[in-house]
Design a protein around this ligand. Structure first.
Ligand SMILES: NC(=O)C1=CN([C@@H]2O[C@H](COP(=O)(O)OP(=O)(O)OC[C@H]3O[C@@H](n4cnc5c(N)ncnc54)[C@H](OP(=O)(O)O)[C@@H]3O)[C@@H](O)[C@H]2O)C=CC1
Ligand SMILES: CC(C)(CO)C(=O)C(=O)O
Length: 308
């Protein structure tokens, strides 16, 4: 059976540190974090605090030659993916398993187009409430990583990742219908990430104000309508299943998109509302709520540039 001994991570932000810290605790130097000189200097000088605990990782620059890893994990933002792909070239071999924890429904295809590697599993991180402020990351729950093969098989790669996750203590779920699960997560991000970014609202606002949560659901329903056309199986009950999840998150917790807006960073709107509007045109499905969300978030991004 395939065994994962050597793991590489690219992207030491909210998601990367949440899982990277567990990998580091068990794998020690067999766990490497790819980062350029400037980032490594910053990480070493300022340190990385995860729930108040300082962490030191084994950093490696993109130029450093090394044997391929058994597993490469991507945890960058969507717009950062092309550079991250270039930066992990030395770490991806023909047998390397790849997990992309990025939100959205396009990163796995982008990675496949670059590496033509047949070991890319579809994956995502769910029910995590990690918040990053500069070099500090805090979370009350790491949630879990849901992953699987497109043809839903319990392949050797799926089992090797399962064994690793059990060894290092990462909660996981193997999806037996990963295209449905990917779209379900996409629907959630389209709903909560975008409305929270526009309203500047942490989860507590949606937990206590029905009018705010209704807006989330109406944006999500446009994804359900697209899913019917795309054949990925979302139904109205999938919308309802998000309520118990959001209710469990810390009221102070913030979506990754709200964190981007507050930090003045570019958001992932192109991969959420942008994608919804693109698919809406393709399938001739009206997407008025996402069209407005797209405009509002793009304006917020442009206003940020004016302030710089
Ligand atoms: N935060 C959350 O709760 C959740 C986020 N997600 C998804 O996970 C993905 C990652 O999000 P999140 O962790 O919040 O993002 P962050 O912005 O917190 O982290 C991304 C990190 O990647 C680093 N990075 C970018 N490019 C490179 C590169 N080429 N080499 C090395 N490091 C790089 C950035 O470094 P630097 O800061 O130096 O640029 C940053 O530390 C996104 O797609 C997001 O939607 C999914 C579930 C929940
Ligand atoms: C589901 C949610 C909102 C939190 O895990 C997320 O994926 C994000 O913040 O990007």
């Amino acid at each position: 059976m395939k065994k994962i001994k050597k793991v590489t991570l690219v992207g030491l932000g909210a998601i990367g540190t949440a899982y990277g810290s567990l990998l580091q605790d068990t794998l020690k130097d067999s766990f490497q974090v790819v980062a350029n000189e400037e980032r490594i200097k910053r990480y070493k000088e300022k340190g990385i605090l995860i729930n108040n605990q300082p962490y030191h990782f084994h950093y490696i620059t993109p130029e450093t030659n090394t044997d391929p890893a058994d597993l490469v994990i991507f945890a960058v933002k969507n717009a950062e993916l092309p550079q991250a792909i270039e930066d992990v070239q030395h770490h991806v071999g023909p047998d390397t398993i790849i997990l992309s924890l990025l939100n959205g429904i396009s990163s796995e295809e982008e990675i496949y187009a670059a590496f033509k590697n047949e070991h890319i599993l579809y994956s995502m991180s769910v029910e995590i409430d990690a918040v990053r402020t500069f070099n500090e990351v805090r979370f009350t729950t790491r949630g879990r990583i849901v992953y699987g093969e497109m043809e839903n098989s319990l392949s050797e790669d799926v089992l090797a990742v399962k064994e690793l996750f059990e060894k290092v203590g990462i909660d996981y779920e193997i999806s037996r219908n990963i295209s449905h699960t990917m779209w379900w997560k996409f629907m959630i991000n389209v709903g909560i990430n975008q409305t929270s970014a526009v309203l500047k609202a942490p989860y507590g606002v949606f937990q206590s104000l029905p009018i705010a949560y209704e807006w989330v659901e109406s944006a999500m329903r446009e994804v359900v309508a697209l899913s019917v056309k795309a054949g990925t199986g979302l139904i109205e009950e999938d919308v309802k299943k998000f309520w118990p999840i959001i209710n469990k998150l810390s009221p102070e917790g913030k979506t990754s998109m709200l964190q981007d807006v507050e930090a003045g960073r570019k958001t992932e709107v192109e991969y959420f509302a942008g994608k919804v509007c693109e698919l809406g045109k393709k399938y001739e499905v009206p997407t008025p709520i996402n069209e407005q969300l797209y405009k509002m978030i793009r304006i917020i991004e442009e206003m940020e540039k004016l302030n710089k």
